[in-house]
Write a protein of this length. Structure first.
Length: 139
């Protein structure tokens, strides 16, 4: 991360225009030397029919923050990042508020990377635990 936190978050916001991240109202909120955090509002737009957060929206949040973290921490200007496997355990329902995803790298290989992405609510209670594998491809 060569830019300031504010510059980095502004650049991530610009990358999200006219994408799924904008549709889901995903916002990158914090970045450190080893983690990227994003949040998503939980409203009827991301509910399943019975009124709780849809697991697919949760996974979209996780893949968005994990892939963005890969771009940041793996010098993404020279490579393309793709998610190649994702798994999620949904452990608690949520009907409103925000969920927060924090991507941290567990394995930083030249070709593949493994990310841990817990999804928590505003009280820091675990909603879902996501594991994402990304691949780095030369542009």
């Amino acid at each position: 991360m060569k830019n300031s936190k504010e510059e980095t978050l502004k650049a991530l916001a610009a990358m999200c225009r006219n994408t799924l991240m904008e549709t889901l109202e995903i916002e990158y909120t914090d970045v450190s030397e080893d983690a990227l955090v994003a949040r998503m509002p939980v409203t009827s737009r991301v509910h399943q029919p019975d009124g709780v957060l849809h697991g697919g929206a949760t996974v979209a949040l996780a893949e968005s923050v994990g892939s963005a973290a890969a771009v940041l921490f793996l010098e993404g200007n020279e490579v393309s990042i793709r998610g190649i496997e994702i798994s999620a355990n949904h452990v608690k329902g949520i009907r409103d508020g925000y969920v927060y995803a924090k991507a941290r790298i567990l394995h930083k290989g030249r070709t593949t990377q493994l990310w841990s992405i817990p999804i928590v609510n505003e009280n820091d209670e675990l909603i879902s635990m996501v594991k994402l594998t990304t691949i780095t491809l030369k542009k």
